[in-house]
Design a protein around this ligand. Structure first.
Ligand SMILES: O=C[C@H](O)COP(=O)(O)O
Length: 252
């Protein structure tokens, strides 16, 4: 079944951004024409410290604000952690879970990611679940099977096209300037679509599948044109309004 899916262009600021970065966000908001906003949903996931300020600036515009991670519990003795409910309270509408930098830096496995996705839903947030293979796994010809395993175990039962977005991010393409070929992206996204449609039927067929990893204005049109690519999760190029809006041009 082929379904018309409105793309999502999400920017992940990672551990970048001070209060002065609000100026860049103002520029994004100012540059977002109605045509661009009609062509895709737009989201910025800043550091948690900036969510309230950016949510205030975004109010009344088409830009959504998301978090970059959450704890699985609602509250409690978890020093330094932030719950999905806190993100929601701060103005977020979504949260990234299972980013490869969390999986690597904090040893998060699929079980933890699955619990975080459920926490996102509990708080009324969209879970953006990240998956992706390492360079060694791709070279060993295991990319598709690794990602299928991550999908099976990180995406909880009950996922719908409304509460879940999947982001395929090959680890070796993040921040490196390297990207897979359009053919490799197509193969992976088709495998993910088949997996999700088989498990969640219509919901899986309509779920947004983002590509992430060195997306820039120069390569966005080619990557976003690939079948079953329903948007992008952008790191470095989301920090500057000009670059981020340049990527959005790929949809107009
Ligand atoms: O979450 C975003 C990704 O990790 C991509 O980062 P990048 O666009 O800097 O390669």
């Amino acid at each position: 079944m082929s379904v018309k899916i409105k793309p999502l262009l999400a920017g992940n600021w990672k551990m970048n951004g001070l209060r002065t970065s609000q100026a860049e966000f103002h520029k994004m908001k100012a540059g977002l024409t109605d045509t661009l906003a009609d062509s895709a949903n737009i989201m910025i996931c800043p550091p948690a410290t900036l969510i309230p300020a950016l949510a205030d600036i975004a109010a009344g515009s088409a830009i959504l604000v998301g978090g970059q991670d959450c704890h699985g519990e609602k509250s409690g003795a978890h020093t330094g952690d932030i719950s999905a409910e806190m993100l929601k309270d701060a103005g977020a509408t979504a949260v990234i879970v299972g980013h490869s930098e969390r999986r690597t830096d904090h040893g998060e496995g699929d079980g933890v990611v699955n619990a975080k996705a459920q926490a996102a839903w509990r708080a009324g947030l969209v879970a953006i679940v990240c998956v992706g293979e390492t360079e060694a796994e791709r070279k060993a010809g295991q990319a598709v099977s690794i990602v299928q395993g991550q999908l099976n175990n990180s995406v909880p039962d009950g996922a719908t096209a409304e509460n879940t977005v999947i982001a395929y991010e090959p680890v070796w393409a993040i921040g490196t300037g390297l990207t897979p070929t359009a053919q490799d992206v197509e193969e992976m996204h088709k495998a993910m679509r088949d997996n999700l449609a088989s498990r969640f039927s219509d919901a899986g067929a309509a779920m947004r599948l983002l590509y992430g990893g060195s997306v820039k204005p120069a390569n966005a049109a080619e990557l976003m044109a690939v079948s079953n690519v329903n948007g992008a999760l952008v790191g470095g190029a989301s920090l500057k309004a000009e670059d981020f809006l340049g990527i959005l041009d790929a949809y107009s």
